[in-house]
Design a protein around this ligand. Structure first.
Ligand code: VG1
Ligand code: CO
Length: 542
């Protein structure tokens, strides 16, 4: 095996502050592009003699990218790579393998919920030894390397085939190809009462899991059908496809509309769920009832003790800033810590490591716990099933009881996609400039109580993140948040997050769009969102 050192030039690409690189697949596949990014990672982490996990969500280019990464890992002196069979690993399963094998980290290939395929998106991120996304100090170093890189190292030897389980060698590097599902499924069995869930299902409880042609298919089929006894065919779209069947693997009522329709039909099953491209997100639907991710986080936190893995209770709850305050009310009632972090799972890592949070969640359909250091779609599904099995209530009954106790926080997110980046930046900076003067301002019948540009200081390690979104608090408890997406690959996406809390004695049965209409109008009046983007309304409402 000979190591080749190939001359290269800096690449454009990573947004500072994001935990990985997401780009159009065609850009990633340009000669040298992936190689440059991989070398930028290796130059930031001193990989010689270390062990890493490598796997991805199976989208187009996954296989070729893994072959390149293996050749570069060998050339950079890596001792061992653990790779999922066929290149497949869901993001939570990769996080688990990193932790289980006490490796030094991992490379996860995914653009998550972004569409895949030759004309879709591709992505790559580095996770650290705790199993979680690299913190900003490391991603900033990687970013800096992409701007100064002059060469990358690669072997002339081809990577071994990874379609069969086994151990191979590339020079001094060992390549262990492992089953992607086995260890993850075993972990789930330690957390949840599988016999109780199996009994529920054997008693006639019906479920449908839509894997959206993405990575969770094999995991869901093994766990839900093979181990828990759900009828064959309960998992739909369960074979990962390179372009996700031409779909958009984002589990929300818009992109998972087929599942939504199914769950609102006359013969709907008792429980429906979906997951995203890389398996870290979840959507939960009961018969005739959609559970918002913010509410799901609150319900899971309130009932986690019903599952064996959380029998002793939870230490704290953490949610991303735009996620609704529903979980805060649960934390308060339980007397546990409650944290509000910037968007992105990496901010939960320090809290989980320090034992200051057990359950974490984001409004974008991500929930998880201290069992790994990523959000985990199937974990949320299984915790819901465990709760349903113990409570012997329907999803609708559980939601009603929750709202009767804590009140209901109506919630919705409006996305304005592919906005001109300059216009989007101006909307945010103009709003930011006038925050101090907004208190007392009337808009659409609401009065601004206060406004802030969200800055975060990590309570564990003191690291900071600034300007993470603009919060508009209104008198009476409603809130609007505006922030720019960090995961899009075309133009800018402005996200407007809306919430309105109603106490238990108030109207708990409103249509969310009605409950939130004044908040949306007020946020629009204060930011000029529609006028300045030239849009009549949002592109996606979830
Ligand atoms: C989105 C979500 C955020 C999530 C991120 C990664 O980011 O809003 O909550 O952490 O995607 O999720 P943004 O910057 O576009 O709003 V995934 O499933 O890509 O790993
Ligand atoms: Co994802």
């Amino acid at each position: 095996m000979t190591i080749q050192t190939i001359k290269t030039a800096p690449i454009e690409g990573q947004k500072p502050g994001t935990s990985g690189l997401r780009k159009k697949t065609r850009v990633f596949a340009e000669p040298g592009y992936l190689e440059n990014y991989v070398q930028a990672i290796f130059d930031a982490i001193e990989p010689a003699g270390k062990t890493y996990v490598v796997g991805g969500d199976g989208r187009y280019f996954n296989d070729r990218a893994i072959a390149t990464i293996l050749r570069m890992a060998a050339a950079n002196g890596v001792a061992k790579v653990i790779v999922g069979q066929g290149g497949i690993l869901s993001t939570p399963a990769a996080s688990h393998l990193i932790r289980l094998n006490e490796t030094d980290g991992g490379l996860i290939l995914s653009a998550s919920h972004n569409p895949g395929g030759e004309d879709g998106d591709f992505g790559l991120k580095y996770n650290i030894a705790n199993g979680g996304p690299a913190p900003e100090a490391i991603t900033d170093a990687i970013f800096a390397n992409t701007r100064t890189i002059t060469r990358y190292k690669i072997t002339d030897e081809d990577a071994p085939g990874i379609d069969a389980i086994g151990t191979f060698s590339m020079g001094n590097m060992e390549v262990a190809v492992v089953d992607p599902v086995t260890d993850y499924a075993a972990l789930m069995e330690t957390l949840f009462d599988f016999p109780a869930i199996a009994k529920l299902i054997a008693g006639g409880f019906r479920l449908r899991f839509d894997a959206m042609h993405a990575v969770t298919g094999p995991y869901a089929t093994e766990i839900l059908e093979n181990r828990l006894g759900a009828a064959k065919g309960s998992v739909v779209n369960g074979v990962p496809s390179p372009d996700f069947g031409g779909g958009h693997p984002d589990p929300n009522p818009v992109w998972a509309k087929v599942l939504m329709d199914h769950m609102f039909a006359d013969d709907a099953p008792d429980f429906g769920a979906a997951s995203d491209g890389d398996g870290d997100r979840n959507m939960i639907v009961g018969r005739g009832v959609y559970v918002t991710p913010s509410d799901s986080l609150a319900v899971l936190a309130a009932n986690a003790h019903l599952a064996p893995g959380y029998r002793d209770g939870i230490k704290g709850i953490a949610r991303s800033m735009p996620t609704s305050g529903a979980a805060d009310r649960v934390a308060q009632a339980m007397g546990v810590e409650c944290h509000q972090t910037p968007t992105g799972w990496k901010f939960f890592g320090t809290l989980l490591d320090a034992g200051r949070a057990t359950i974490c969640g984001e409004e974008s359909a991500g929930t998880g716990s201290n069992h790994v250091r990523e959000k985990d779609g199937l974990w949320a599904v299984l915790l819901w099933l465990n709760i349903l099995a113990v409570k012997k209530q329907s999803v609708a009954e559980i939601m009603d009881a929750h709202w009767q106790m804590y009140g209901r926080t109506y919630y919705s997110r409006h996305d304005y996609e592919e906005v001109d980046a300059e216009v989007a930046g101006e909307i945010m900076s103009d709003l930011s400039d006038k925050l101090d003067d907004l208190g007392g301002t009337k808009a659409a019948g609401l009065v601004v109580a206060d406004a802030e540009d969200f800055d975060y200081v990590d309570p564990v390690d003191g690291s900071t993140a600034t300007s993470q979104g603009i919060i508009l608090n209104f008198e009476g408890g409603a809130r609007a948040v505006l922030r720019l997406s960090g995961t899009g690959t075309a133009g800018a996406t402005i996200r407007l997050y809306l919430e309105n809390h109603v106490e238990p004695e108030g109207d708990l049965g409103m249509d969310p769009s009605v409950a939130l209409a004044p908040v949306a109008e007020a946020a629009d009046a204060l930011s000029g969102l529609k006028e300045r983007t030239g849009r009549a309304g949002p592109d996606v409402v979830t």
